[in-house]
Design a protein around this ligand. Structure first.
Ligand SMILES: [Zn+2]
Ligand SMILES: [Zn+2]
Length: 179
């Protein structure tokens, strides 16, 4: 998944590739890649300076944070990245620090690692709290039944914490009565 810059001779080169999901299975990510990864981009090359602009399309497999069931998250990551040779990193940082209108990465040996680009786009697409659907009912805290799939026998009464205090008062009141 390397982009060989020696092969790029035009200032503007379209690039398209599709990678099988199992090529992304080696990492210890919080997701699985569940569909082929389609990469469509334009390579802009100005001497050593390279800009990649395009999109990554795939589907990620995630686990719902509430019911723990696996679910699919379609991803379409749009990127516009600038690359400069690692050898110029110091000079570049000095010159353009604070220039945050574009992301900058570094490349070595005339090669850009597209795997890294895809990984990054996948991470950016991850939700803060993965949910299989916005109204996921989650699991019953008592018996573990997936409440999206059916109800369990447990009595689940949502108790307002304020009412809980009241209940304690009533209970202790009863105890006093018994005494
Ligand atoms: Zn869920
Ligand atoms: Zn239950």
């Amino acid at each position: 998944m390397k982009l060989d810059l020696n092969q790029i001779r035009q200032p503007e080169t379209p690039f398209e590739a599709t990678y099988a999901p199992d090529r992304f299975a080696d990492g210890d990510q919080d997701y699985t890649v569940a569909a082929p990864v389609v990469l469509r981009l334009t390579i802009y090359k100005d001497k050593a300076r390279v800009r990649l602009a395009g999109r990554v399309t795939t589907t990620l497999g995630l686990e719902c944070g509430r019911c723990l069931e696996p679910y699919a998250l379609p991803v379409e990551g749009v990127f516009d990245l600038q690359y400069v040779p690692l050898a110029d990193a110091g000079e570049f940082a000095e010159r353009e620090i604070g220039d945050d209108d574009m992301s900058v990465a570094f490349y070595e040996e005339e090669t850009i690692d597209l795997r890294q680009l895809v990984d990054e786009q996948c991470y950016l697409a991850l939700p803060m709290k993965p949910l299989c659907r916005p109204d996921c009912q989650g699991l019953c805290p008592d018996c573990g039944t997936n409440l999206n799939q059916g109800v369990c026998g447990c009595t689940r009464v949502w108790v307002d914490p304020r009412l809980d205090v009241l209940k304690t008062l009533i209970t202790s009141d009863r105890k006093n009565d018994d005494a």
